[in-house]
Design a protein around this ligand. Structure first.
Ligand code: NDP
Length: 259
């Protein structure tokens, strides 16, 4: 298995959980990216302390303010990343930020459905649109044919909870809003893979496993996977993706997940 080599990468929701783990692993790669853009809602706040500590040790880590449900914030983030990259493109956009609500079919509301859909489904769409020029530039600037995460890719953190076939962990947590948002996000990934193929941008839906994070713990039992195990697996999977994988739904071990 090859190791992921990427010049620039952006991770949303990077101040805790899987997003923070992704940033830590990317910085620790034998050939780390020249630029790791870690986004969070409040870079100077209490909740970004881990990122601030990392940034003081790693000059290639840039913390970017981003509220993923705010289109103006998305545009501002894309502009500031573009400035930093000084004419070169962004290789890898990882749409990781997400929310869950512990709702049931009976307690689900318009508000919960809307907020979760906005964060988990609409934000990855808008981020794809805003970063498209930088992703295109990266694809054009990379040698060779074919697609890969080292060239240009959008990775949407999905969930087996959104698999219509599996309906994973239904007995533990219904979270109808979350399941619907991830099923829709999967379709978005498929659409992005179709629409961005001509630009050489690989698009993938990636299930991280059931992971020990604030969100993972919400299902009521201890999740089997540590953040390290999940992220280590996902980065291996990403390093091996090629054109044939664009538009697929894979898990942290590279297995195909049923839609
Ligand atoms: P966490 O709840 O631990 O972290 C979520 C991250 O997303 C936080 O950094 C949070 O920031 C950020 N975020 C949420 N809403 C917004 C917003 N509106 N704007 C900006 N940032 C936001 O979740 P995980 O790390 O567990 O999950 C990461 C991804 O993996 C999600 O997409 C999730 O659906 C997916 N996933 C997770 C699984 C698990 O078992 N953990 C299983 C399957 C999928 P803040 O601190 O400001 O709230």
């Amino acid at each position: 298995m090859g190791e992921l080599r990427v010049r620039s990468v952006l991770v949303t929701g990077a101040n805790r959980g899987i997003g923070l783990g992704l940033v830590q692993h990317l910085l620790a790669l034998p050939n780390p990216p020249e630029w790791v853009f870690a986004t969070c809602r409040d870079p100077k706040g209490q909740r970004a302390q881990e990122l601030q500590k990392l940034a003081s040790k790693h000059p290639n880590l840039v913390i970017v303010p981003l509220e993923v449900t705010d289109p103006a914030s998305i545009k501002a983030a894309a502009a500031s990343v573009g400035e930093r990259l000084k004419g070169s493109g962004l290789n890898l956009l990882i749409n990781n930020a997400g929310i869950v609500r512990e709702t049931t079919l009976d307690t689900e509301t318009l508000k919960d459905m809307s907020e979760v859909y906005t964060t988990n489904t609409i934000a990855p769409l808008l981020l794809g649109q805003a970063f498209l020029p930088l992703l295109k530039k990266a694809a054009q600037g990379s040698p060779g044919s074919g697609m890969s995460c080292s060239k240009a890719a959008i990775v949407n953190l999905s969930s087996i909870g959104g698999s219509i076939k599996e309906v994973y962990l239904w007995e533990a947590i219904q979270a109808v809003c979350y399941r619907c948002s991830k099923a829709a996000q999967n379709m978005l990934t498929r659409c992005q893979s179709m629409g961005y193929r001509e630009h050489g941008i690989l698009c993938i839906a990636l299930h991280p496993g059931w992971v020990q994070t604030d969100m993972g713990n919400a299902a009521g039992a201890t999740p089997p996977l540590t953040v390290d195990a999940s992220v280590g697996g996902m980065l291996k999977v990403l390093s091996n993706l090629s054109e044939k994988d664009s538009g697929a739904f894979l898990d942290w071990e590279g297995n195909v997940v049923a839609w």
